[in-house]
Design a protein. Structure first.
Length: 262
């Protein structure tokens, strides 16, 4: 049994394309429908109830588009999901936080873990609570790094400004073994962060989430055995700037279609 229905992937904007690119790399046969809620970004400073409302609208759109599974490729959205979200939606849901929490919790070499993310994600304590629950001997330190998303979106990578701001944030962390990049955009800063924290293992979501998706699709006999497939990209507000940014985050030229939310 298999299914050639698409997998829905969504984020507040174009950052989730780092996750979509990870899925595309591991599972080239899976058709993807990506949705970036560019009309409402950033989610990182929004209230939990506002984000849940947007997530509801996007999930309905992706389900109505025939998606067989949903990837919540936004840490801020994943951090406020209700526990019964997948049951209510009636689709398998993979988010960017749970698989990372399980991976880190199961690695005995990691004792002291740092997390950086948006204010919404850090305030939710979803990483600390999740890791402590599975592995109470680990210590987790979370720091909100709200300037990083606009910095990355403006292309401030590998330069004096990005290093200065990163240094300011990373100095707030004590000695750690690993740092979770708890935001869709941060994989683009891996080079800068490694220079500042050369002995710290950096953990980001795209690979881990792609593997988790593969596992879930396989378990439910939903994998698509085709060799190549298409990706359709929607945003709730389309501009040239988003289109350029989207191609940069996805690592290939893409075209965005506009689909305003109700
Ligand atoms: N995608 C968001 C996240 O991973 C970052 C951008 C935003 O704040 O909307 O938390």
């Amino acid at each position: 049994m298999h299914s050639n229905r698409p997998v829905g992937v969504f984020d507040s904007g174009v950052g989730g394309l780092t996750v979509a690119a990870g899925i595309r790399g591991l599972l080239p046969g899976e058709a993807l429908v990506y949705f970036g809620d560019t009309a409402h970004l950033p989610y990182g400073d929004k209230s939990a109830h506002a984000i849940r409302e947007y997530v509801q609208q996007i999930s309905s759109f992706l389900k109505d588009s025939g998606c067989k599974a949903l990837v919540v490729a936004c840490n801020s959205a994943a951090s406020v999901l209700e526990p019964d979200f997948a049951d209510k939606l009636g689709l398998p849901v993979i988010d960017v936080i749970d698989p990372v929490v399980r991976m880190v919790s199961g690695d005995p070499s990691l004792k002291r873990i740092g997390v950086i993310g948006t204010r919404r994600t850090v305030q939710s304590k979803v990483y600390s609570n999740g890791i402590r629950k599975l592995s109470p001997d680990k210590v987790v330190f979370e720091v909100a790094t709200p300037l990083l998303v606009p910095l990355i979106e403006e292309g401030f990578l590998h330069n004096a400004a990005s290093r200065l701001i990163l240094k300011h944030y990373l100095e707030q962390l004590p000695q750690i073994d690993a740092l979770i990049l708890g935001c869709t955009h941060y994989p683009l800063l891996t080079g800068d962060i490694s220079e500042l924290l050369p002995d710290v293992r950096l953990i980001d979501a795209p690979q881990v989430v792609a593997l988790e998706l593969e596992h879930i699709l396989e378990e439910r006999a939903l994998l698509n055995p085709d060799e190549t497939s298409s990706t359709t990209f929607y945003v709730s507000d389309r501009t040239e700037v988003f289109e350029q940014m989207a191609s940069h985050f996805f690592g290939a030229e893409i075209h965005l279609r506009e689909h305003p939310l109700p």
